[in-house]
Design a protein around this ligand. Structure first.
Ligand code: MD3
Ligand code: FE
Length: 212
């Protein structure tokens, strides 16, 4: 049986629970970019401060009923944009649809995200190795969508010291992280300079989560 052919068969297992859907967001890239433009015109990208007092090199915003934030008091999901004291922009239905489809293809039927963190990398920006642990139920996967300049993503094991693998993530790639991969350490190496024809001199990454 070859059920994967129904989905175009660009599926690649990176590890147990981690499924790469190469190029699967390409057909809707302009819709995603237009929606990110609208969202960031309402809740602009900003470089947040970590609890340790460092300013992140990645600029972030969110859409959805809650958004991920960090400041001197810690990391958390918040219902309001702290810079504007307003709710985050709503998650466009096409975003939730894309994330649900991707999760289903990776074996996580019924994924319904309530938060979408949008990361903006300019050349030199990076994300050091971390775990995503601020969500309530780790049985839900995280779905990520890469747009713009390519980046080297690294992901390791459940301990920070596990040697990470390096995977290039390109415009249109979707990755679903669930099961044993859900709590894997991961990060992004410093973005190399370049210009993407649609996105310009940056990389955008959407991560869909069910936080609550
Ligand atoms: C593996 N973002 O926002 S996406 C993050 O490219 C984050 O901006 C990166 O790590 C980025 O927290 C990586 C891939 C990713 C996202 C979430 C994960 C991989 C993950 C959660 C658990 C395991
Ligand atoms: Fe992460």
């Amino acid at each position: 049986m070859m059920p994967d052919l129904f989905e175009g068969d660009a599926r690649q297992a990176l590890d147990e629970g981690a499924v790469l859907l190469r190029g699967q967001a390409l057909p809707i890239d302009t819709m995603l970019l237009a929606a990110i433009e609208t969202i960031s015109s309402q809740s602009p990208f900003r470089r947040m401060t970590t609890p340790g007092g460092f300013q992140m090199s990645v600029a972030m915003t969110n859409c959805g009923s809650v958004g991920w934030v960090t400041d001197r008091s810690g990391y958390r999901y918040a219902a309001r944009d702290p810079d504007r004291d307003t709710p985050w922009p709503a998650m466009p239905p096409q975003f939730a649809g894309l994330a649900g489809d991707a999760a289903r293809q990776a074996g996580f039927a019924g994924f319904s995200p309530d938060a979408c963190l949008i990361n903006c990398y300019e050349p030199g920006a990076r994300l050091s190795l971390h775990q995503d642990k601020d969500e309530q139920d780790y049985r839900h996967p995280v779905v990520s969508v890469s747009l713009g300049l390519p980046a080297i993503f690294q992901f390791g094991g459940l301990r920070r010291t596990d040697r990470p693998q390096r995977v290039p993530l390109r415009h249109g790639d979707i990755v679903v992280w669930g099961g044993p991969a859900r709590l894997a350490y991961h990060g992004v190496l410093a973005l190399k300079d370049g210009v993407h024809p649609l996105v310009g001199r940056r990389r955008l990454n959407l991560t869909f989560r069910k936080a609550l």
